[in-house]
Write a protein that binds this ligand. Structure first.
Ligand SMILES: C[S@@+](CC[C@H](N)C(=O)[O-])C[C@H]1O[C@@H](n2cnc3c(N)ncnc32)[C@H](O)[C@@H]1O
Length: 285
């Protein structure tokens, strides 16, 4: 009798494995199973939370996880941070599992998993991008990421982005994540009003990702920008005025124009400069 029962269960298993597709609801991915370009390994819960915290995810955000696996990052973005989230996963069984996981979490209205290739899908509308891929895949995605709206936030588990230095390193135990903010593209020549009462000043900017430097020129007098830094679409720098005083400036870049004003050094509220508007137009590269 026992032998018969064992034979039946063995027969059942053989029948199951002979079927071309395992019933969807019993699908269980294996750690390290190969995906299209990289294997599946889930990001640890605590690092997921810290990466989304570093990216300051809020209900205003649309988060996309590139290579969504079982959907845990998209689900956490919606459940813990109130964001709308979607994931792109190449493996159709994993994509279906991730969508079921979102439904089980009661988040079907805010989390969507699409089966697709991260190198083909258009995710340009996202405000936050999460990655757990490989350094070389991050580097392949880098032009697309740098072409996204300035201020878009990017976080990656373990892997960097070549010479695009992270704005923040996230450490959780032995795990590391990285955070970047997409900078505006502002390299080139600009004409700036509001720095000098005698007239427009010529600004020449050199940029590599979020690192920026340059010079201000009044006629034949040239001075380097002091402490120039970018934060998404915002450019901060200081310069020495004609009276020899240091002055800080903050402008927001929007395409071929910049607009902003004089600001207190280091954001010191007790030293409020007179309101002086600064604006700039791009002259060329
Ligand atoms: C290391 S896992 C990360 C899973 C999830 N993002 C996380 O952090 O828990 C990478 C995932 O990317 C998927 N993948 C690999 N190449 C892909 C591609 N070209 N397009 C979409 N997904 C891909 C794999 O199937 C795998 O699920």
């Amino acid at each position: 009798m026992q032998l018969l029962a064992r034979w039946f269960s063995l027969f059942g298993l053989l029948l199951l494995s002979a079927c071309s597709s395992v019933p969807v609801s019993t699908y269980a991915p294996k750690l390290g199973q190969m995906g299209k370009d990289v294997m599946w390994l889930p990001t640890r819960d605590e690092l997921v939370t810290q990466m989304l915290t570093a990216a300051q995810v809020s209900p205003d955000d649309e988060v996309v996880d590139l290579g969504a696996g079982d959907g845990k990052i998209a689900i956490a973005a919606a459940r813990q941070f109130g964001a709308r989230a979607w994931g792109i996963e190449y493996n159709k069984d994993l994509a279906a599992l991730a969508q079921r996981n979102a439904e089980k979490a009661g988040l079907a209205g805010r989390v969507r998993i699409v089966q697709g290739d991260i190198f083909k899908e258009d995710f340009s509308r996202a405000s936050v991008v999460t990655l757990y891929l490989l350094e070389e895949l991050n580097e392949q995605l880098r032009p697309t990421l740098l072409g996204m709206r300035p201020g878009t936030r990017v976080v990656s588990n373990t892997f960097g982005m070549g010479d695009w230095e992270p704005d923040q390193v996230i450490r959780v135990g032995s795990n590391t994540g990285y955070f970047w903010k997409v900078p505006a593209q502002l390299a080139g020549q600009w004409s700036v009003q509001g720095l000098d009462r005698r007239g427009p000043v010529r600004l020449a900017l050199t940029q590599r990702h979020q690192r920026v430097g340059g010079t201000l020129a009044w006629g034949d007098k040239v001075q380097p920008l002091l402490g120039a830094r970018m934060d998404g679409a915002d450019l901060h720098f200081s310069f020495v005025k004609e009276d020899g005083q240091l002055q800080a400036v903050q402008v927001r870049v929007q395409g071929a124009t910049m607009a902003g004003e004089w600001v207190a050094p280091y954001g010191m509220l007790e030293i409020q400069p007179a309101v002086v508007k600064v604006s700039a137009q791009r002259l060329g590269n």
